[in-house]
Design a protein around this ligand. Structure first.
Ligand code: SF4
Length: 525
């Protein structure tokens, strides 16, 4: 028997429950309404590990480990507090391996009057829960997720009647509403946005402080072994699992960021450097998305650092915008747009995802590094995601559903409410412009400017035709040629489309031909 199973078995197993509080793997908030209102005498908690959740998209081993390890630590805390918990382990002999079927089994055994759950971060999961409860004729209460700074009602009230949902306007309103870096209704420092100061690149190897890594305890080690055993064909390496799995570890990661990284975070927010995946980034998205950490705490700590003179405004504002602005904005978009959002394909791209997305084995140096970091750690910061990995799939014409499944499964912070608007919307422009008014399509220029990847790459970042032309350039111009009709009326694309139209006919033909050859060679076509 594992240590976790032993510790769990020392607690009384629930036999009946008046209310069954279903705690999902990304809702590990001890203060959630369902747990706040729990009556230990009559109610019980249900937690389920299932193969289906680890395999409905190809999930990185570290992502699966993170969810299971964090769930187990959370369950043990509940048990220590005397909460009756029915915990279904992945390796329980009777586990039917889907959330819905395990909920159905729990309903049969515990016979509750109602099921209580915080709104799931994926429409699919909410449907499975409603379905199981409907079949068993048990009422279900879906509570609002209170771990965000903006409720979905407040987001809808803001979005109602707007022709376009622009994050910047949402962000300003939230800064005012929550009184963050605001004085007399005006932004501290005289500007809402310090993006212009936040685009520096490194011209020599950066000397970055070593980030905080959580140590895997006995419970986590058992999960590492379990995942290794149960998912031998899963992608991603598991040698360096160091993610926070408890609120204490998440707080230490926040402390480390505020003290060591925040001061330079803004200036180098968009920079990349081979072999330095973390740089000055926080890596707090995973503990935030699992609710081990509250966004309010991140914002407060960053603002405190600014007030104490420990971090400059451009850094603090940039961080606050990611947490208070972008993160809350895309969550609002996900629920507002409805359950078909992740399936959209406005540009009608049909290509397959190249094999190197799973291994990082490619002669494109930027992709080898950026994908390699994901394979190694299940993580990469926003620029490799958007301007390298996502950009390549967009300009090459990969099906956005395949790109989305990759992002959802391969990053430790992947949950559909995050990945659908970020990938289907912002990165692949497959929502037709709900999230971004223009596609994030770029040539090698941006990568060359913001990183050292092009140094020593076998491709030439300045060429767009020929065998040694950078594939980003080939696909970028091919993308513009393929979609010029669609984008010629887009004000933000006028310049790019005009340049594509100015290409000599022979050059345009050579680009199209090379793009087709590359698509064949990479297995995209
Ligand atoms: Fe990437 Fe092109 Fe630069 Fe090579 S030359 S690293 S493929 S952008």
């Amino acid at each position: 028997m594992t240590r976790f199973a032993q510790r769990l078995s020392s607690a009384p197993r629930p036999r009946r429950a008046r209310r069954l509080v279903f705690v999902l793997g990304d809702q590990l908030d001890a203060n959630a309404r369902g747990l706040r209102e729990l009556d230990r005498e009559h109610d019980a908690v249900l937690m389920v590990e299932s193969e289906d959740e680890a395999e409905h998209v190809p999930s990185h081993r570290q992502r699966t480990t993170l969810f299971l390890a964090a769930m187990r630590h959370f369950a043990l805390r509940l048990v220590e507090r005397g909460v009756p918990v029915r915990y279904v382990r992945l390796d329980d002999a009777h586990n039917t391996q889907t959330l819905g079927s395990e909920l159905a089994r729990a309903l049969e055994m515990l016979d509750p009057e109602r099921v209580v759950v915080t709104r799931p971060g994926e429409h699919r999961v909410e449907s499975a829960i409603r379905d199981a409860c409907g079949k068993a004729d048990v009422a279900v209460d879906v509570h609002a997720d209170e771990s965000f700074t903006c409720s979905l009602d407040d987001f809808d009230a803001w979005a109602e009647g707007r022709k376009n949902l622009v994050m910047e306007y949402f962000y300003r309103e939230r800064r005012r509403a929550l009184d963050v870096l605001v004085k007399s209704g005006k932004p501290v420092g005289g500007k809402w946005n310090f993006d212009e100061d936040n685009r520096e690149a490194f011209d020599e190897p950066p000397d970055v402080p070593r980030p905080y890594f959580a140590r895997a305890d006995e419970v986590t080690q058992e999960v590492v072994e379990l995942v290794r055993r149960r998912f031998p064909k899963a992608y991603g390496k598991l040698e360096h699992f160091r993610w926070p799995v408890t609120p204490e570890e998440a707080k230490r990661a926040l402390d480390d960021f505020i003290a060591e990284r925040l001061p330079r975070f803004g200036t180098y927010e968009d920079a990349m450097w081979a072999g330095e995946p973390v740089l000055y980034h926080s890596r707090l998205s995973a503990p935030l998305n699992l609710k081990l950490l509250r966004p309010h705490a991140c914002i407060e700590r960053a603002v405190e650092a600014y007030r104490a003179g420990a971090a400059p405004l451009n850094a603090v504002e940039g961080f606050v915008r990611q947490i208070l602005g972008w993160r809350e904005f895309i969550r609002g978009v996900y629920y507002r747009e409805g359950s078909d959002y992740a399936q959209r394909n406005a540009l009608q791209h049909q290509g397959s995802l190249p094999d190197f997305y799973w291994t990082g084995e490619t002669d494109m140096r930027c992709m080898a590094h950026c994908v390699g970091e994901v394979v190694e750690h299940g993580w990469g910061h926003h620029i490799p995601r958007l301007m390298v990995i996502g950009n390549f799939a967009l300009v090459a014409g990969v099906h956005p559903g395949a790109v989305h499944a990759w992002f959802l499964g391969m990053y430790v912070d992947g949950i559909e409410w995050v990945t659908a608007p970020n990938v289907v919307g912002m990165s692949q422009h497959a929502d037709g412009g709900v999230v971004g008014t223009k596609p994030y399509a770029g040539s090698a220029n941006y990568i060359r400017r913001m990183s050292n990847y092009c140094d020593g790459c076998r491709y030439d970042p300045k060429k767009r035709t020929g065998d040694d032309a950078c594939p980003f350039n080939v696909f970028y111009w091919d993308f513009l040629l393929r979609h010029q009709k669609r984008f010629e009326s887009n004000r933000r694309m006028t310049f790019a489309v005009r340049n594509a139209k100015r290409l000599e006919r022979d050059e345009a033909r050579a680009i199209r031909k090379r793009a087709d050859t590359l698509r064949d060679d990479l297995g995209i076509a």
